[in-house]
Write a protein that binds this ligand. Structure first.
Ligand code: NAD
Length: 259
């Protein structure tokens, strides 16, 4: 049985990693998916699919979020699920190792993509989600709950995102649910910001670091992006999580249980 038959879904950050795994899984489950990506070549493999369309843009521009909502609404008559997943990392950059300029600009860029863009996705999609009694889902992190998964800018952004989920769940109730998924360390090419001079870096290029990260996880390894997708399916399905809002579901291999 397909869990998401005809659900109309937007996924941001859909060109790689967890976002791409969500797109794949949601198409398998019968959803109609609009992917928001930075570059058109990131979605070439999906173009043959009738239930797929995309928008190219920067989630830090309100217009990208708005265009995604109007495109899916025009194409399929509405929106059931907005997944604000795009994010950037800071490669554990410590405050005391940043110049003042890196701190000023790094804060702006990381908070903009990891927090402000989620607020913009919620703002742009609220009316459509209200019409469909749908849900907003964001990708948090184990860094929503504990330090150590990044430097202070990334951790600050994900703790802030936890507040966004909690407050929007109250503000959007009773018809729109707001939830998150909190992955732990995952084998993806997540990148950094220009501000911290991390352009072109990607986390999973450094296989040694990835293996080292796995050793701190009770399950003994980092996860694949696909391993988190069940939680998104449950939250996004019409029947699966109808009484769940204001919650971030954790998929971290036991990291938050302690070491
Ligand atoms: P990823 O880099 O593969 O995916 C992130 C996507 O977001 C990329 O395709 C990127 O192009 C896109 N993106 C970034 N900035 C954007 C912008 N301004 N406009 C449009 N698109 C933009 O990395 P991922 O690990 O799949 O990250 C997805 C989410 O998962 C992020 O929110 C991240 O914080 C979270 N997360 C990742 C891990 C991990 O270990 N990889 C752990 C916990 C949480």
């Amino acid at each position: 049985m397909q869990m998401l038959l005809d659900r109309r879904v937007i996924v941001t950050g859909a060109g790689s990693g967890i976002g791409k795994a969500i797109v794949n899984r949601f198409l398998e489950e019968g959803a109609r998916v609009l992917a928001v990506v930075r570059k058109p070549e990131q979605v070439e493999e999906f173009l043959v699919h009738d239930n797929f369309c995309h928008v190219v843009g920067d989630v830090n521009d309100y217009a990208t979020n708005e265009l995604a909502v109007t495109t899916i609404t025009d194409k399929w008559g509405g929106l059931d699920v907005m997944i604000a997943n795009a994010g950037v990392w800071d490669f554990f950059k410590k405050l005391q190792k940043m110049s003042a300029k890196e701190l000023e600009d790094g804060f702006e860029q990381i908070m903009s993509t990891n927090v402000r863009a989620v607020l913009m996705a919620g703002h742009a999609s609220y009316a459509a989600l209200q019409d469909s009694h749908g849900c907003l889902i964001t990708t948090g992190s184990n860094a929503c709950f504990r330090p150590g998964g990044g430097g202070p800018l990334y951790i600050a952004s994900k703790y802030a995102l936890r507040g966004v989920v909690a407050q929007l769940a109250l503000d959007f109730a009773p018809h729109v649910r707001v939830c998150g998924v909190a992955p732990g360390a995952t084998d993806t090419p997540i990148g950094g910001t220009d501000a911290l001079k991390q352009t072109g870096k990607s986390m999973n290029k450094d296989r040694t670091r990835l293996e080292a990260m796995g050793k701190h996880i009770p399950l003994g390894r980092v996860s694949s992006p696909e391993e988190h997708t069940d939680l998104y399916v449950t939250l996004a399905s019409a029947k699966g999580a109808r009484y769940v809002t204001g919650t971030i579901l954790v998929s971290d291999g036991g990291l938050s249980a302690g070491q």
